[in-house]
Each structure stands twice: as C-alpha cells, then as structure tokens.
Design a binder for this molecule. Sequence first.
Ligand SMILES: Nc1ncnc2c1ncn2[C@@H]1O[C@H](COP(=O)(O)OP(=O)(O)OP(=O)(O)O)[C@@H](O)[C@H]1O
Ligand SMILES: Cc1ncc(CO)c(N)n1
Length: 275
Amino acid sequence: MKTALTIAGSDSGGGAGIQADLKSFSANGVFGMSVITAITAQNTQEVRSVQDIDVNIIRDQIEAVFDDITVDAVKIGMLSSADTIKTVTQGLQKYAPSHIVLDPVMVSKGGHHLLRQEAVTSLIDHMLPLATIITPNIPEAEVILGYPISNKKDMEKACMDMTKLGARSVLLKGGHMEGEPDDLYYDGTNFHWISGTRIETKNTHGTGCTLSSAIAANLARGFDMLEAVKRGKSYIHMAIEHSLDIGNGHGPTNHFYDLYRKAKMYQEAEKTWSN
Ligand SMILES: Nc1ncnc2c1ncn2[C@@H]1O[C@H](COP(=O)(O)OP(=O)(O)OP(=O)(O)O)[C@@H](O)[C@H]1O
Ligand SMILES: Cc1ncc(CO)c(N)n1
C-alpha cells in the first residue's frame, strides 16, 4: 500500500489539521502517518489555545518515520513558528521525498493565527522552494505576495509569482472569491481552471486540509499532478456536499460518504453478478 505523511497541527475537534488529513488519506486509499507540529485546543467554533511541540520531538518524529518507512508523499499544514519551519525544512532536505504538498495554513476560520506573523518570511524563503505544489486560499496568497487578488486575471499573476518564489506548481483556491469556487492550477507553464459549484453550507471546517491531503494521497498513488488535483477537487466537493452538522459552529467535511457510496456500488454490483 502507498503511504502519505502529514506534518501539521492537531485539531482536538477532529475537523481540520492532522485529524482531517488522516481521514482524507484513508478515504483516498493510502496509509496515513503523522508528524505533529502543534496541539490546538479547538472545536467547530474557535481555537482556544495552542502549544507548539518542541522542535527536537518534531525532528525525531520525522526521522522515526523516514528511517523506517517509505513515504510516497508529504502534506504540510500548520507550522506555527520559524523554528518549526527550520526543523521541518531540514528534515525534508535530508530525506527529499518525491512529492511535497504545501498548504500554507495561516489563520483559522475564527481568526486565530496558526502561523506567527513573523514566521511568514521563513515560510516563503525556506518552505516554498521545497513545495511540489502550494495550495493557498486567496487571503494566504495575498499575504505571501503582498498585493490584493480580486479577479481571475489577478489569480493568474499570483500563480506565476508564487512559482517565481520557488514553488514548482500552484493550486490557488477560489473558495473565498464571490461566485463559484473555481480554483486555478498552474503547472509552471500552463493554466488549468478547475471549476467548482458552490454548496450553501456553514460546514466548511477543514476544507483546505481535506483537499491538500487528498491531492497528496493521489500523488502517492502515482497519478500525475493535474489528475491528483482534479481528484482532490471532486473529493472535496463530495466531502462538503455531505458535510456533517457536528458542533455548533462550522461543522466538518465528511470522509465517510465516499466509502459508503463505494460500498453501496459494490453491493449493487454484487447483486448483478449473483443474478
Ligand atoms: N461552499 C463551497 N462549495 C464548494 N466548494 C467549496 C466551497 N468552499 C470552498 N470550496 C472549495 O474547497 C476547497 C478548499 O478551499 P478553501 O478556500 O475553503 O480552503 P481554505 O480556506 O484553505 O480552508 P481552511 O479553512 O481549511 O483553511 C477549494 O477547492 C474550494 O474551491
Ligand atoms: C490544526 C489546524 N490546522 C489547520 C487549520 C486550518 O483549517 C485549523 N483550523 N487547525
């Protein structure tokens, strides 16, 4: 079985971070592993507190996994601090995994900073050049580039500028724009609009984590980047369409619906075989 590793923060509420990543890995058919960078006391409504994990333990987790297990793809989420970024960067340089999906997590839906503002430069200087793909939402891309992104033309320029900063490819998510949630994938040469249809729901906690992990899982399985992005997009659409009314705030995406749907299809197919 192919494997994927998430290097990210823990969300006690289970909807985002490491918890979403591992669920998305399983549903997308790979064996998931984790390096925890920070622990958040979080639910569907708010982030109450954060404790960064000691960088020695972060380094040890990375080494423990890579020294023993083949890692087919890595997904990176919450990195918290410049020290954490340095440690993770050193680990990735040492083991050089083939696929690194960088979700540049900065602020939670409730406005809590998950990356210290002074660490943004470290993320740009040290982490971006290692990314096979970076998957920012519009506000994150605006912070990285330092200018506003208001329309599709701006999105194209932003993608090109992020590759100039070193990312090999970019998926700029349009979920925060008005209208349909169309994402723009730029492979360094060509643009591909990955169109979406907006689902009216408040349950969008962990959508970015779910999508980036689905992309990492599909890269681990051997699909090329465009196919992995398309599969990721159809997975996140389904996971939002069937999102769960758990908690009183933004409920989580649904990682079980796809498995349930496949099981049902299998049962139907089995009936036709036995007839
Ligand atoms: N209401 C929606 N209906 C359909 N698709 C959506 C909706 N909201 C976001 N998406 C899609 O979900 C994916 C995740 O995008 P989004 O912009 O929400 O990530 P994010 O802001 O990084 O999430 P997070 O809050 O987890 O950090 C993108 O493909 C986006 O287009
Ligand atoms: C731990 C964690 N990672 C990422 C996000 C972004 O959704 C979050 N809310 N919490």
